[in-house]
Design a protein around this ligand. Structure first.
Ligand code: C5P
Length: 223
């Protein structure tokens, strides 16, 4: 007897965060950015100086850590062990290492449990890679957002430029995105995959508003 859950999955840079935030605001749902949680753990691992491949050490760290989400902030705020890492988790160093951390079974198990706790009463829009397939397989609406690598790289470059980080070439961004997609879709546990009952939206050439509208329409149809 819970409120509806909306699951939004897709590869890196498909516009999930921006769209999900707007959908959450318009439908008055809690915005659950699961990528931010994997990023926060990655930040902590890098900060603590342990080897990212040292799975037992990573396991200990993730079990002891406490993550808090502050969904009211834009971008979504996140704290790990009381420290605000909202900006730090977007660094290129975290981005380059997050897929290796997210592939570790203990990390996933620990974070998925927390994500499912947020969803217990429903009223949530969650975005990530495995939300429709694994975290909330019974979500009322599942969306799979995609875009070509070219389009996703261009969007990411624009985003970086707006943050004053214009020194990364489009080729480099494309390569990083393709590499992360590959790692995320080939890992053995809960890989990036479209759920059979997910609705795919190909967003090349669409504005954020158009995609948001489309999702809101589908949500009203399904709930
Ligand atoms: O969405 P975002 O780019 O912030 O996600 C960062 C990384 O976290 C992804 O590349 C993926 O490795 C991992 N992730 C995941 N499962 C999720 C969300 C993110 O493995 N549900």
């Amino acid at each position: 007897n819970r409120q509806p859950i909306l699951a939004i999955d897709g590869p890196a840079g498909a516009g999930k965060s921006t769209v999900t935030r707007q959908v959450a605001e318009r439908l008055n749902l809690l915005f659950l950015d699961t990528g931010a949680m994997y990023r926060a753990v990655t930040w902590l691992v890098l900060e603590s100086g342990i080897d990212i491949e040292d799975e037992p050490a990573v396991a200990e760290l993730v079990h002891q850590c406490q993550i808090e989400l502050v969904p009211q902030k834009d971008p979504l705020g996140i704290l790990i062990n009381g420290r605000d890492v909202t900006a730090e988790i977007r660094s290129s160093q975290v981005t380059a290492n997050v897929s290796a951390i997210a592939a570790q079974p203990v990390v996933r198990q620990c974070l998925v449990e927390q994500q499912q706790a947020y969803g217990r009463t429903g009223g949530v829009v969650a975005e990530g890679r495995d939300i429709g397939t694994y975290v909330f397989p019974d979500a009322e609406l599942k969306i799979f957002l995609t875009a070509s690598v070219k389009e996703r790289s261009q969007r990411r470059q624009l985003e970086l430029q707006q943050k004053g980080l214009a020194d990364i070439s489009l080729e480099q961004i494309e390569q990083e995105i393709a590499e992360r997609d590959h790692k995320d879709s080939t890992r053995s546990i809960a890989p990036l995959r479209k759920a059979p009952d997910a609705i795919e939206i190909q967003t090349d050439g669409l504005t954020i508003e158009q995609v948001t509208e489309q999702i809101i329409r589908l949500y009203h149809q399904k709930t």
